[in-house]
Write a protein that binds this ligand. Sequence first.
Ligand code: FAD
Length: 451
Amino acid sequence: MARNKKKIVILGGGFAGLECTRKLEQYFKDNSEIEIVLVSEDNFLLFTPMLPQVASGMIETRHIVMPIRTITKQVIFYEGRVKNIDPYGKIVNLWGSGSKRGVSLHYDFLVVALGSETNFFGMNDLEKNAYQMKTLNDAVMVRNRIIDMLEQAENETNPILKKSLLTFVIVGGGFAGIETAGEIMDLLLDVRKYYPNIKREDVRVIVLEALPNILPGFTESLAGFAQEKLTHHGIEIKLQTAVTSFDGDEVMIKKLDVDKDMTNGSAISSIQSKTVIWTAGVTPVNTIKRSLFKTDKGKIIVDQNLEVIDFPGVFAIGDCALFLDPKTMKPYAPTAQIAEAQAKVAANNLHAIIRNKEKTKFVYESKGQMAIIGKRTGIASFLGMNIHGILAWILWRNLYLSKIPTWDKRLRVFLDWTIDILFDRDISRLKFMRREPEKEYKVLDEVDDVW
Ligand SMILES: Cc1cc2nc3c(=O)[nH]c(=O)nc-3n(C[C@H](O)[C@H](O)[C@H](O)COP(=O)(O)OP(=O)(O)OC[C@H]3O[C@@H](n4cnc5c(N)ncnc54)[C@H](O)[C@@H]3O)c2cc1C
């Protein structure tokens, strides 16, 4: 009978949640005693490594999302937003809204993989005025913003205003920031020919990074190569520079390496820009921060088996889980690679619990890292080798193409890349609205799916 089934509920349809679901499907294939339920706000997996290429219009929006129902086989999927988790009663509540019933789901085992959102470190003006690069919506907004700025600048007669319209500031010199800066510059240079009043020197793309180097995680020489290439490409990189505010017209910045006696110049200055893209960090979503689980800096603390402290049978994986790298005793970087590795171990351990076997500890061996830093150039540390230039770019494209879970989307992305070589970018601006602050859903009705 359905009620005697053991129910595994997975929260989050990102890299971690989906990989865990797929592994569980394999472990419990054709097993009628196990029910696997997946809950996610969106009904698709977003392939984030290609998000900057959507922002630059190289890849079509829908080509980097894979509908969950086309990837999973025997899962019960709920498209819904998790409201809260009651780990004592073993219940997950989903928000209801005007057109959606609230739902309560009972579970026997739980996997929390709710990922993260942009961290503005409490700077409200930036949260209000800056663009982000975290969701598909963000990428589409950024693309439209760039086109809009070009349209306005083309006919602008005030040279100061024109300059500020054409200055794009990216905050954060990590993967997302650097790849976004490279893609934006490529877009601007590609489409400039349609805007005869915009000169090459009018366009500025600036990366602000608080650390002394970009792309932490890469070797010094690869990060140095990337910086050199980006600078050669016209991207300005300001290291040890922190943003203190942005009111929509002016970015206030603070140099962090200025001598106390100011012999090195003033610590505070500003950049006139109408577009700031914030990629300087992520933090777990509020559902996690407000949960009853033990957290540190908002992330759920897990043991060596990725099980949540005090709650056996509950696992936390991916960006929302806190697991320290035993070598550095610092948390692992929030990457898709780690999220997927953790997903495999969590699925294995759930299988072990249900089959009374021994659980496995999470041990992570990095397969390498790579980043695209502009047209036909990239950097990669892969299988112990450090590669840069076109070879790294080819490697990136091959590897990430192979990681897209469905063949149709792989082909579509491949065709987008090919078309981009043959034709100019599309400069039509689609009018979408900016993302609204988090909605407070109204609970219409709550039903327990058990009954
Ligand atoms: C621009 C960019 C480029 C990147 N490039 C790389 C790269 O090249 N290589 C790499 O390894 N990593 C990269 N990353 C990082 C990578 O995307 C993340 O580390 C990875 O997505 C984490 O996986 P996750 O499953 O923990 O979280 P996510 O993939 O964020 O998934 C979380 C899921 O939970 C859902 N969710 C959240 N809150 C709720 C809620 N309340 N109710 C229901 N559902 C909810 C979300 O909709 C989402 O589907 C990049 C990230 C960005 C933003």
